[in-house]
Design a protein around this ligand. Structure first.
Ligand SMILES: [Zn+2]
Length: 68
């Protein structure tokens, strides 16, 4: 069964927090400016990593530290 009155929510790509998809969210789909900047930073790091030195570490662990 569905709840028609329930607002549409999205998950912040950075921290995974659910947030309402409304005009009051200037940083959507991120929950806040910080998460947006973090995500953009990860993008830049990703490009650098591909073009530059390969990291021997599992980078999935790195992204976990951004979850907080
Ligand atoms: Zn977030």
């Amino acid at each position: 069964m569905t709840s028609p009155g329930k607002p549409l929510t999205v998950k912040c790509p950075t921290c995974g927090r659910s947030l309402p998809w409304t005009a009051e969210q200037p940083y959507k789909p991120f929950c806040c400016e910080r998460c947006k900047l973090i995500d953009l930073g990860e993008w830049a790091m990703e490009e650098k990593r591909i073009a530059g030195e390969p990291l021997p570490q599992d980078t999935d662990n790195d992204s976990d530290t951004y979850l907080h």
